[in-house]
Design a protein around this ligand. Structure first.
Ligand code: SAH
Length: 219
């Protein structure tokens, strides 16, 4: 069961979370404002109500997780979101990351490969109504969305075994891709920039731990 009630206590806990994120090095005011605005507990079972604002990941079913707020903030900050950016997200999961990007004013195209999670996402009236700038797709993120390409930004929210070549093709010149790429049991956060000659600049950041990016759809 979910509870859609945002109390003063929830708002207070969110403020504390913002301070934690600042202490950990998040500086992008738009990212911090979005996280301060969005009731994260709406994305979790009410059993998690009191702990929804701890800086940790939680299970959302089908062996998947809602990413840790620090991870969401970190990836969102690296994306350098501008209003009206066209963003492709791989791994919709709880839809929390998608709403952070939508709250920042971008157009989000998000793909989920697990049918059960995709079906749940269709039933969640809260963000479906509030964020008409999120479009949902059931499919395999390795394929991207060729019909909606090219994108300004691409974010992968699962551990990628390699950089998917089809996603590179779906980037505009100057576009950024934030992708955690496997290095054993952890992943290195990479930021790729598509250059004018079609080549890609690569920057490496901190290590994280994501659930795996898997091929194919799961009905
Ligand atoms: N952004 C999510 C994180 C969810 S965890 C959130 O904020 O909650 C990663 C998600 O990626 C899972 O839901 C998983 O099913 C999905 N996933 C894994 N491989 C995928 C692929 N190839 N295509 C699309 N989604 C994928």
């Amino acid at each position: 069961m979910r509870k859609y009630e945002d109390t003063y206590q929830h708002k207070g806990l969110r403020k504390q979370l913002i301070n934690v994120l600042k202490e950990k090095g998040i500086t992008d005011e738009n990212v911090l404002n979005a996280i301060n605005t969005i009731p994260r507990h709406y994305f979790l079972d009410s059993a998690f109500d009191k702990i929804a604002y701890e800086d940790r990941a939680f299970p959302i079913g089908e062996g998947q997780t809602i990413s840790q707020p620090y991870t969401v903030a970190y990836q969102s900050q690296l994306l350098q979101i501008k209003k009206s950016d066209k963003v492709l997200e791989i791994g919709t999961g709880s839809v929390y990351q998608s709403t952070v990007l939508a709250e920042m004013g971008s157009w989000v195209y998000t793909i989920e490969r697990q049918k059960k999670l995709y079906d749940l996402q269709q039933k969640e009236f809260y963000f479906r109504k509030k964020y008409p700038n999120i479009k949902f797709f059931f499919g395999d993120g390795f394929e991207g969305l060729p019909t909606y390409a090219p994108f300004d930004k691409i974010i992968i929210t699962a551990a990628a075994p390699f950089i998917p070549p089809k996603l590179l093709q779906q980037m505009k010149v100057g576009a950024l891709m934030i992708i955690p790429v496997d290095e054993g049991d952890q992943q290195r956060m990479l930021r790729l920039t598509k250059l004018e000659d079609g080549s890609v600049k690569e920057e490496a950041f901190e290590q994280f731990s994501f659930v795996p990016m898997l091929t194919g759809k799961n009905r």
